[in-house]
Structures are given as structure tokens and as C-alpha cells.
Design a protein around this ligand. Sequence first.
Ligand code: C2O
Ligand code: CU
Length: 551
Amino acid sequence: AKTRHFKWNVEYIHWSPDGEESVVMGINGQFPGPTIRANTGDTVAVHLTNKLHTEGVVIHWHGIRQIGTPWADGTAAISQCAINPGETFLYRFKVDKAGTYFYHGHYGMQRSAGLYGSLIVEVGEGEKEPFHYDGEFNLLLSDWWHKGSHEQEVDLSSNPLRWIGEPQTLLINGRGQYNCSLAAQFSKPPLSLCKLRGGEQYAPEILRVRPNKIYRLRVASTTALASLSLAIGGHKMVVVEADGNYVQPFSVQDMDIYSGESYSVLFKTDQDPTKNYWISINVRGREPKTPQGLTLLNYLPNSASKFPTSPPPIAPLWNDYNHSKSFSNKIFALMGSPKPPPQNHRRIILLNTQNKIDGYTKWAINNVSLVLPTTPYLGSIRYGINAFDAKPPPDNFPKDYDVLKQAPNSNSTYGNGVYLLKFNTTIDIILQNANALAKDVSEIHPWHLHGHDFWVLGYGEGKFSEKDVKNFNLKNPPLRNTAVIFPFGWTALRFVTDNPGVWAFHCHIEPHLHMGMGVVFAEGVHLVKKIPKEALACGLTGKMLMSNKHN
Ligand code: C2O
Ligand code: CU
């Protein structure tokens, strides 16, 4: 195993992700940030310097469990103090599990500003993937607004709420096309054909393949809002990995991917080799107002400028949730994967509602809308300062709450309390969806857990009840770090609190998180060793460090 060092500068740069010049958050002058590649067992050491001048920054390594290094999780106000302008922070952590991951900013709305990139962990020496392939590609999916992230943040924090609306462009590896299309003759509404020479920042990254080979396509979504459907024209895909865990292979024509999820699919280049094919991403789960994102599957030796003869694949209807559910329900752990403990010690039911607090539109969990404290939890709990609400948030919501009715919005509050989880116990989480503020509206929320993978025990409709427990899948539930709740439904998760630290659990939709849609778990924090000073140098832990110096 190796230690792989990276020197990164985070700064604002001018960039044209979709042909319109914007200010984006880049790393070492590029957008998206550089791809990290490592092998299982390696240590990744990112020396991150904040060159932003006027704001702090952190980077979260999404899907990496940070076993033994909770201070490297990169969540501002949770695992560390934001890195100040001019300062450097060392993220040093082990990548212990092969898979497709990514990283992104986790302070304010810096992910929406474009602070993200791919993190790929390949099997170590002597290890083998449980499938074969001849070549691989990596697609990092995102969505893009022309309005800057700071303005979006102000809009979302305003009374009345100014909703950010749908994205202007979908990006594949940071590349998309606005106001023109790669597949102009098929586009509706009609767009002109993009005049590209190939060197443009918004020119698509073309996938060049040879006939009759098997390719692995790694896909991860770091969208701020959009749920996506991905398809390769004319080609079947076999899903083999989800969130860094192997799954029982199954084949699909199109797949749903929610923000925070990653997959590997295999496809065979078994179609007419004299042709090229489209790869498309489309918005699902919200009424699409964004043109599809496209790139080309180029069968060599055809020229990449050879136009595919069939139109780009379109997605199933945006609100065909049965299609989405049937995809989710096909995902099972590969045989031989770790199984969940048969019993839980504690069950926490989390009701997801949209509420108004003093006229401001917020998201709340069991009536609490999360506002992060000024002293990060990890240091705060480790050193007994406990600079947050002493009362933990509730484990349940009132029995008579009707999840099918408009949120009554009676008594939601802001809070920053923590779920204190007993170390080495089994926790069940039931994510309960509900009606939002508008009538007959319930949204999709992809929930992401830091510090752990969890088993997805099942999905259900309406309000969760005790009798649903007997239908939990304890035989081969998939391990994931992100799971979605469908409109008016619930999702059941199980995990073991075996990783000392403080871990965020939140909706991965950036504006939802910003509006309070998250909770915080703490487990075994007394077991955490030597938190680096740089992670503590703010708030009350900062004061503690200063007074230690004087003594
Ligand atoms: Cu990828 Cu807390 O998020
Ligand atoms: Cu959400």
C-alpha cells in the first residue's frame, strides 16, 4: 500500500461548463477537480490550500468511511473548522474499499459552486473484481445554474422563499451545452447544433470503444438538485456496483441515479460497429425543464463526428415512480457480502416535512430544522464542551401525524441537537416521507450517511407501521451510503455504530440541506484520538486551544 500525496489549491476561476462563462470553484485551475485514483489499502493525503480570499472551505470524501480519522471527513461545523483563506489543511485517510466515489465541498453551498471531483479506488494487488472488463470510463454527473451559489444561498434564505428553480444545464464530467445541442435535429424545443471544434471547455468527453468488448462505466451523481436517468442508446447495462459495494448483477435499459449515489455498470459493445451511439442523462422525479445531457459512444475506427442514426435515449416519464421503484427493488447485495445483524437495539423514525418557521420556508426532521453550531461537534463532544442543544432531537413523531396531508406546520423549530448513539449497537432508521407545504406534493429525497454504509432493508408506501418489520430484507439487503425516499413513502435502513466520530446524515439535495434537512449522529467519540489542532481552531475548541497555550 502506498501513500498518495496531492497538493491542491481551491480558488474561484472563470470557466464555461456549458458554453456560458461563469465563476466556478476550481481545484488547481481546473473544473471539475482532479480525479483521485488509488488502490485498496492506500492512504490518500490531500494538502488542501484555501485560495478563496474571503471564505472558508472544506472537502468531504463522499463514501469513504474515515475509519479512525473522523476529523478528515470534511464537514464544516461537524468534523472540523472550515479552512480559512490562505491556510492549508491535510486530509489524510485510508481508502479501504474498492469502488466509485467522489468528493465535494461541504460548507455553505460550495458543492453548487462546482467544488467536486471523482475518487476512484481500484482493487489492491492480489485482489480481483468479481467481474471482468476490457476498459473503463468514469462519468461524474452534475447540474448547473447560471446564478452563482452565493445568490442562490441568499434566495433560499429569504422570506418569502425564492426557489432556485430547475438547472440550466446537466453536466457530464463538468461538460454540458446550453443554447445549443449535440443532437440538434432531435431536440425539442428545437436548438441549434453546437459548433464545436473539440477543445472547448464545454465540448463533451467522448467515450471511444472497440467493438465486441466489455466496458465498465463508473457513474456518480453530485447534482445539487436533479434526479437523473442514464441510458446508452441501443445498449443494455448490467449493474455490478452501488456506492462502493458489489451488487447481484442485473440488467437494465436505463437507470435512475440520485444525488449522492454511485454505480458501476458493464456494457458490451455488441451493436452495429459502423455506427456511433448517444449516452444521455435526463431529469426525473421533478418536471424536467432542463435539456438532456449528452455525450457520444464512439465505435472505433468510426470518426467521432459521425452522427448516430437514432435519437438519444429519452427517460421514462418524470413522475413514473413505479419505474424508479422497480429499479431500486432490483438492487441486492452480491452473494457473500456482509449481512446485517438480525436485531436492532434502537429505532429512530425520521419524519421529513417542509415547514415554515417565522415565515421562512424550511425542511424539518421530526419538527427540527438543522442549523449548524459555531463549534464543530467532533471537538466539542470529544473535549466535553458540548456547544450545542443539550436535548437530543426526538426518536419519533406524533402518532396521529397524517403523512398524506399538507404539513400542518405548527411548531417546527431550529435546532442543533445530536443523536447520541451507543457505541457498537445496531440502529434502525426509518425515513418517513410526507406531504410538503403544497397540496398533494411529496418530493424525492436521497439521504446520505457519513462514516458508514447502511443496509437498505426495504421501501414502503404511506406511513411506516410495526407490521412492516416482517417484510424487511435481512437476507441480502444492499449496502449503500445513500438511499432515497419516494414520495409519500418510507425507507428502512440499518447500520452498526462501530466508527467513533460525529457523522452527518442528510438529504443530498443541496438546497434542502441548506434549508435544514439533516441530522447529526455521534458515536464512541471518547475513543477518538488526537484530533489535529487545525480542525479545532475555531469556536469554543479554538478558545480551549488558546487557554491551553497560556497554562
Ligand atoms: Cu456528499 Cu454530506 O455529503
Ligand atoms: Cu431533500
